[in-house]
Design a protein around this ligand. Structure first.
Ligand code: SF4
Ligand code: SF4
Length: 440
């Protein structure tokens, strides 16, 4: 079967800065600010008070509703109190500040050993929930919710998303090359949790070392998970596009992968799931790609959750003179940050220091149609962005704005440099906010 999806583009990959570098560990920072809003859903509720000593892996904030996720201390030290940090979407959110005592002492609840072969589905979901695992490709949807499809929604296929189609980012590539067995064992656990009959890894053909590592690991552990190599195409990592490319199943407008019998998890989430199930590790660190023309020492680093962006950029030799735009995530779907007052969250897969001043100016639409031709969701981006710009929400909804996957292709191909995806993102947020108000 030929693997493809409608639309899509081939932006310059720009992965060379980090793809051949070894994975390294960033030293734990002097303090962390762990956000209570690191996931889609309700913020977590703090459980500790200023002056208390906490240990690494200790639960510091519990989930506060079904769609929510717990948070754990990523260092040992003294709780200083609640501070405000910037959320990747730009607004300020509450976070718990912990001052590092330099001991990096683990909470006794962590570092246990379990026989994962015997874990029943309900127990897997419970452990994933307790470990605060979310979609680590950037989506940050709580993983335990995804692993609990409603009755009547039968999942037959688990897809492990290893596309990492965004330019510059190589965090997942390094994770797969260094921890292939753990990822596959995590996938086996997720597959069991939802009763799927098969699992497939979808990976692009620019990551052949990771393909080899995964295939070798599958042989070693006797796993029959399929490793399917896909041609490079952006946005292959978007759920709907990946499902179509691998299985030719089309998720309906407004629908979810479970509507076509599929569950998609990022490779980082599968790795975290295995670490939690096998050893009791909650999610306290992740790999972040730090790169771009404004970074003197690009790297893929294990970074403690809650590390401030400024600290991480300093480690990597940040050059503010060269940098014109700081982006969290990839250049296509990531968000530009106006300052450094934000901390690494569970979904932070990259920090880019870019030097492209063109991103700041845009001109009128010339009706060239390039955005329409390229949109992988079959939308009319130029029209939708006009509705967003002029606050015409009803019309935007009628034109299926909510089906936009925010891939950023329309902005990328637009010769007038119009920030189309930003306008659509805003109108989607406003439509969703109004819908939530109607429910209350
Ligand atoms: S309208 Fe949405 S889905 Fe279509 S190209 Fe733009 S960002 Fe991507
Ligand atoms: S690509 Fe830009 S200029 Fe061309 S139709 Fe779309 S919005 Fe207009």
């Amino acid at each position: 079967m030929k693997h493809y999806f409608r639309g899509g583009i081939h932006p310059p990959e720009n992965k060379n800065g980090t793809v051949d570098l070894p994975l390294t560990k960033a030293d734990p920072p002097p303090f962390v600010a762990i956000s209570f809003s690191q996931h889609i859903g309700k913020p977590a509720t703090p459980l500790v008070k200023p002056g208390e000593r906490v240990l690494r892996g200790q639960l510091i904030a519990e989930q506060s509703g079904y769609v929510s996720a717990a948070a754990h201390a990523s260092i040992s030290g003294a709780v200083k109190g609640v501070v405000q940090v910037r959320h990747p979407l730009g607004f300020l959110v509450d976070a718990l500040k912990i001052e590092n005592d330099g001991l990096d002492e683990w909470d006794p609840s962590v570092k246990i050993e379990r026989d994962v072969d015997q874990l029943p589905p309900g127990e897997i979901r419970k452990i994933v929930q307790g470990a605060g695992i979310v979609g680590m490709g950037g989506a940050t949807f709580p993983s335990h919710v995804k692993l609990s499809p409603p009755p009547g929604k039968k999942i037959d296929t688990l897809i492990l998303n290893a596309a990492e189609c965004e330019p510059y980012l190589t965090a997942d590539d390094l994770l797969m090359r260094e921890y292939p067995e753990e990822i596959l064992m995590g996938a086996e656990l997720f597959k069991r949790a939802v009763g799927a009959r098969r699992a497939i890894v979808g990976i692009e053909d620019n990551k052949l070392r990771a393909v080899t590592a995964l295939r070798d690991a599958a042989g070693r552990i006797g796993s029959n998970i399929g490793i399917t190599v896909l041609p490079v195409q952006y946005p292959q990592g978007a759920e709907k596009q990946l499902i179509y490319a691998l299985l030719r199943r089309e998720v309906p407008s407004g629908g979810l992968p479970m509507d076509v019998g599929v569950l998609v998890h990022n490779v980082g989430s599968a790795f975290a799931g295995y670490q939690a199930c096998a050893f009791g590790y909650p999610l306290t660190e992740r790999i972040v790609t730090v790169t771009g023309p404004g970074i003197r020492n690009p790297a893929n680093l294990w970074v403690r959750i809650g590390t401030m962006a400024g600290h991480l950029l300093d480690i990597c030799g940040f050059d503010p003179e060269t940098t014109k735009k700081l982006v969290v995530g990839g250049p296509m779907m990531g968000l530009s940050m106006r300052d450094l007052e934000w901390s690494v969250v569970k979904g932070t897969n990259g920090i880019l220091a870019l030097d492209d001043p063109a991103a700041y100016s845009h001109r009128a639409c010339i009706r060239c149609g390039r955005c329409v031709e390229s949109c992988p969701s079959g939308l009319l981006p130029c029209t939708l962005s006009n509705y967003g710009e002029f606050d015409k929400l009803a019309e935007a909804e009628e034109y299926n704005a909510r089906d936009c996957i925010e891939c950023g292709i329309c902005s990328y191909v637009c010769p007038s440099k119009r920030p189309i995806v930003q306008w659509i993102r805003m109108e989607k947020a406003e439509i969703n906010r109004k819908k939530q108000m109607e429910v209350k």
